[in-house]
Design a protein around this ligand. Sequence first.
Ligand SMILES: [Zn+2]
Length: 309
Amino acid sequence: MQTTIKSPVSFAGIGLHTGHPVRATLRPAAAEYGIWFRRADLSDVDTLIAARWDSVDPMDRCTRLSNASGVSVSTVEHVMAALAGCGIHNAIVDVDGPELPVLDGSAAGFVSAIVARGLRKLDAPVRVLRIVKPVEVREGEGWARLDPADSLEIDFTIDFPDEAIGRQQKRLDMANGAFVRELCAARTFGRLSDVEMLRANGLARGGSLDNAIVVDGGRVLNPGGLRHEDEPVRHKMLDALGDLSLAGAPLIGRYTGHRAGHALTNRLLHAVFAQPGATRMETCDADMARRLPGMGVRRADVPVLARAA
Ligand SMILES: [Zn+2]
């Protein structure tokens, strides 16, 4: 069955790009509504923005969605990953600014609140998008592809010259709460030289060691160190789940990302929908429902550091 969140929940924080305070409220929605963002700070304009692959403005550092009136919302990928990873199919996300709050740079805050509120079942079956033909996109040394599989798997490789990151590879089946247990607390990361460059250009004004891992060569600058030895690649998998959830229905297939980013994963979705017969819409039976991300998530799966009171 499709689901929504049982009751509204708000998140206050700062925007990574502006550094300004921003508040987001996740609200329940009816069956077949899907996921929509709404700019609560604007009026006299269409403030609803669809969380869909064809609403994405290509950007490298985050995922920005916009509507036909040019109204946009940035940094949607972590809340999208949380919704997909907790198995929420319908919701509206009110935001009173141009970007989502960054929280601690992971999806743990969103996940923890969603799991604490609980899910409401709706009277409509889940439809999934099954990948039936391989599709691949490349750019420079990066590539991303989708292959047929029996559940959503994410396989990601990153390769950075910095010793503190290096080459990391991880593959995970998203069934049975794996996202919540293994990925949701992984924080975004950057290199000190990039952070300095962004700052010099007036970007990432809200970025700090409170909401990102920062590395310099072989050193992790955050006083508490890493949450997982391979936290960076886990975060890339989190981003990939969020970006893939913009397909509009849960995907059944294996995603492989090699040095891929938000823009490349979005290009992959464009390529999937441009190729006739690459996907098939299926109504989920009980067996397939058990293999969806978000099925079987328990409160005990939420990482302790993020558990809501
Ligand atoms: Zn991210």
